[in-house]
Design a protein around this ligand. Sequence first.
Ligand SMILES: Cc1ncc(COP(=O)(O)O)c(C=O)c1O
Length: 446
Amino acid sequence: MKTPELPPFDQQPHKYSGPLLDEVARLRKEFLNPGIFLYYKTPLMLVEGKMQYVWDDRGRRYLDALGGIVTISVGHCHPHVVAAANEQNALLQHSTTIYLHPNIATYAEMLAAKMPGNLKVCYFVNSGSEANDLALMMARAYTGNYDIIALRNSYHGGGASTMSLTAHHTWKFNVPHSFGVHHALTPDPYRGIYGRDDADAAKKYAADVKELIQYATSGQIAGFIAESIQGVGGYVVFPDGYLKHAYEHVRAAGGVCIADEVQAGFGRTGTHFWGFETQDALPDIVTMAKGIGNGCPLAAVVTTPEIAATVTKRTHFNTFGGNPVVCAQGKAVLEVIERENLQENSLKLGRRILDGLENLKEKHDIVGDVRGKGLMLGVEMVKDRKTKEPAKAECAQVVENAREMGLLLGKGGLFGQTIRFAPPMCINEADADFIVDVLDRSLAQL
Ligand SMILES: Cc1ncc(COP(=O)(O)O)c(C=O)c1O
């Protein structure tokens, strides 16, 4: 098999003249959090990006099929987004919400227009963890209840309250964090107890939420939080209708429903703008981050006026949340998604990649499962299709092999056994074919 070639791209990178890779690695080792990890045995230093591509310090180009961990939604340094941020940077960088500013107000109107139902009150913060922290506080303040139901295999952040929601030992420190969180079964049609062949899987998994409420709480809860497709957990897509059924049990117990759209939102699933819509569900609170800003520290919580009213009993303030620059960038992102039909592109190219991945499953026994929606796709690797023993080392090797051919991939799942694809939504057909070809060859090289 011929080594796949990166599709042509009409841009020469700038010559990099900063500190050398070894020096940067040394500085990082000495002065940065020793707990952060690097992908790749030989570290990669990225210094430039344009649309779906990035360049390293030596001027080598890569297709970024992880999008800076699902954050580059419309493309690296998209000209419209860069222009909007630059213009605002030159005019007024910061003011805070104690004064009026047109950007936060007009952006909130644009974002609310994207929401279904009565979800129309926006709160801006700086990260997904902060958004989920605020959503938890809202659920508790609104209902007067404390307990929260989250899902196993979820990731909702690394702050004190969100770490308690997250259900992966890898991301949980052995210190006390917020209590009152209970984790229901992961509605995982591949690894879970109810598989794809079970027509009632959605209802059965949702029944576990009801049982958990009955056994682990007073019967009255503050809320339920779930990613619409589990991201860090390895792009686990729930059985159709799971969220809708789970929400019914939560509401019957006095709780509100929180959809974490940090990875699945903004058109990435292809068929819908929001991931929860693929589940025929309507949440009471939606949290968003990552792709909302295409790389700037912008995140949001959107809820109903009734729930928002409870957050007026005390002052909720966030210094940087929704500052003029990030709101200009957020507006530009929404404009690009619409103007360039990026949701439709996610659908079309997601299908093309998924078809290719299905073929690879036929060809390579190590591929246990292929799944996803739009440009949020996962390939779970197993040593044995019967026992489903996670193929962790092989998965890491595939990611290494792909890098050698110019493709950057992600890993996910409790054991790091799932390859994740979440490229910027601007990729084209040649990129999609390149992704599949490189994966094919990377698997063959094992
Ligand atoms: C689904 C989900 N929610 C929340 C977060 C936390 O976001 P942040 O890292 O911006 O705090 C993440 C981060 O990966 C995420 O994937």
